[in-house]
Design a protein around this ligand. Structure first.
Ligand code: ZN
Ligand code: ZN
Length: 277
């Protein structure tokens, strides 16, 4: 589909309630029901917020006015600063929450789900809402709160063997395209690649530069998923291709597991402390 058409089609025309959309985005909304009111969807603790987080599942969703997004050079994006939104005392909390969600998404490289809002002329509240099916990515965020969010295009400076498959840069090789690869969380892999900053987390060798200019490392589950290993930051390591093959085929494979855990212990606690802010 032409990007111009896609941009037009993003204008929300449905009246879905926010809790439904947040839940569709993959965020646990079971706590919305914990209040004295009749309808979970109108729980004031959540329903007026402009951003929503589920840090167990690593999902962050934000509200964006359709009128604020733009189509520039074939990219759909939104540049804004939540801190500059005119806010009274009540809205201040929502602004703060939105600002923090965007900062988290940027620092920990969590892709955003976006709920687009639209309104009738003269209306002050959102009359229409829709969840975009594509991910958005925070490309920049500075200390003053200025941010740039781009639809369907990750920063992609760091890639692994699966990103290559995901983006169809290369056809998947037989060995790597098994069903199990789909159980892996892309978000975890992206966070691990960000944590590694392009250097093998075991030997510190720099990953090679790909044809499209990104840095290549391979992500690896220290305890394989098939042995009950977790799909989280503490069990995934970014390795140079050599060490990745060694991790699987070397006679030292078992000793390597322990060495890997030691190497990433301190680093993953950094990402976790960023997430809990
Ligand atoms: Zn290495
Ligand atoms: Zn592996």
């Amino acid at each position: 589909m032409k990007i111009e058409q896609e941009f037009k089609d993003l204008r929300p025309v449905t009246k879905q309630n926010i809790m439904e959309l947040v839940s569709q985005a993959g965020i646990d909304t079971s706590d919305w029901g914990n209040f004295a009111g009749k309808y979970a969807a109108s729980n004031p603790k959540y329903c007026y917020n402009w951003s929503f987080e589920d840090l167990v599942e690593n999902v962050i969703a934000v509200n964006l006015w359709y009128d604020r997004i733009k189509l520039i050079d074939g990219e759909i994006l939104c540049e804004f600063n939540p801190r500059l939104i005119n806010s009274d005392n009540v809205r201040k909390q929502r602004v703060k929450h939105l600002d923090r969600s965007i900062a988290k998404a940027f620092k920990c490289r969590i892709p955003l789900r976006v709920i687009l809002l639209g309104k009738e002329e003269g209306s002050k509240r959102p009359d229409y809402r829709a969840l975009d099916s594509k991910y958005w990515y925070v490309h920049s965020y500075d200390d003053n709160g200025n941010c740039k969010i781009v639809r369907d295009k990750s920063q992609q400076e760091f890639v692994d063997q699966f990103t290559y498959i995901d983006t169809n840069i290369e056809p998947p090789s037989k060995a790597e395209s098994t069903a199990s690869s789909y159980r892996r969380s892309r978000v975890v892999r992206e966070q691990v690649l960000l944590r590694a900053q392009g250097y093998c987390e075991y030997c510190n060798a720099k990953g090679f530069i790909t044809k499209v200019g990104s840095v290549y490392l391979e992500s690896h589950h220290i305890i394989p998923l098939s042995e009950g290993g977790d799909d989280d930051l503490k069990n995934v390591i970014a390795l140079c291709p050599n060490h990745h093959r060694e991790a699987h085929y070397s006679e030292e494979a078992v000793q390597l597991r322990n060495a890997f855990f030691k190497k990433i212990e301190r680093k993953s606690s950094w990402v976790e402390s960023e997430l809990s802010k």
